[in-house]
Ligand binder design. Structure first.
Ligand SMILES: Cc1cc2nc3c(=O)[nH]c(=O)nc-3n(C[C@H](O)[C@H](O)[C@H](O)COP(=O)(O)OP(=O)(O)OC[C@H]3O[C@@H](n4cnc5c(N)ncnc54)[C@H](O)[C@@H]3O)c2cc1C
Length: 254
């Protein structure tokens, strides 16, 4: 979408909140975090998502889903968007939307792929690419709440350059005994890594996940094929299917 405009008054219309972009951060060469201010935002849980809607000057609209990547902070919400080549919406969100611009937001949405602080079970987070977004919201929410629930993250990326939130993850893993972070590289491994480039496999989940006997909650998020492969392995390893929660970042346009 080349240009967008939000016609009408700056109030909530039929479930859509009018938000304003107040900040943006580049995460990698192909992804950025958008910080939106949404007046009267009711708050959200880590793992939930929102729909973002763009309206062109001729009235054409396009909406896509994006997970919130940070816990609720008053009227501010954050989403982290991977630029999909030839995509309709994600390139515009990465390059076309400027601080001060308006965009419509619906949400918070989803109540299944959610980590609740009252759940004392250990947590395994498995993210592929931009699938880290809702998992990061969980990691940040756990810390903000002072929770002692042990978290493990396995993050699959093509190369080291594709890691979102790299510095923050390094710092959090260093300072927090209750958070372990492991990476799987699918295309190019860092020089110091002893492993070869590979897709996430049984050995990764065995080494860096939790044994099923501990009854962890497993959250798996990323592209559809990644999510299916990982959840199949977790179930084959003995995890109860209801303890393997999945979120697929497939196409949502129409
Ligand atoms: C619940 C949910 C939460 C999501 N959260 C996030 C998030 O936090 N961050 C994020 O970056 N994306 C997220 N997505 C994906 C997002 O909704 C869009 O699908 C994505 O941004 C592509 O939109 P687009 O308009 O640029 O591409 P489109 O114009 O819709 O598609 C262009 C081409 O890219 C393909 N394609 C579409 N989506 C993807 C994709 N995700 N990966 C690879 N190829 C794709 C299409 O099949 C098509 O060939 C989420 C999806 C869902 C369902």
């Amino acid at each position: 979408m080349a240009r967008t405009a939000i016609p009408g008054r700056l109030t909530k219309r039929a479930g859509w909140w009018v938000a304003r972009l107040v900040d943006r951060r580049e995460e990698t060469a192909t992804a950025c975090t958008l910080v939106l201010e949404v007046p009267d935002w009711p708050g959200h849980l880590p793992g939930q998502h929102v729909d973002l809607r763009l309206t062109a000057e001729d009235g054409y609209q396009a909406a896509r889903s994006y997970s919130v990547s940070a816990p609720a902070d008053g009227e501010r919400i954050e989403v982290t968007v991977q630029r999909v080549p030839d995509g309709e919406v994600s390139p515009y969100l990465n390059e076309g939307l400027s601080v001060g611009d308006q965009i419509e937001v619906k949400g918070p949405l989803g109540g299944y792929f959610v980590w609740r602080m009252t759940d004392a079970a250990p947590v395994l987070l498995v993210g592929g690419g931009s699938g880290i977004a809702p998992l990061m919201a969980m990691i940040r929410a756990r810390r903000a709440a002072g929770s002692r629930v042990p978290f493990r993250l396995i993050y699959s990326v093509r190369t080291e350059r594709d890691i979102y939130f790299a510095d923050e993850l390094r710092r959090r893993a260093r300072d927090d005994q209750g958070l372990d972070v492991a990476y799987v590289y699918t295309r190019e491994v860092p020089e110091i890594s002893p492993a070869q480039a590979h897709r996430i496999a049984v050995a990764d989940l065995n080494t860096h996940g939790w044994p099923p006997q501990l009854e962890p909650t497993n959250f798996v998020c990323g592209p559809t094929g990644f999510v299916e492969a990982v959840s199949d392995i977790l179930v084959a390893l003995g995890h109860e299917p209801r303890r393997v929660k999945t979120e697929r970042f497939g196409p949502t346009g129409g």
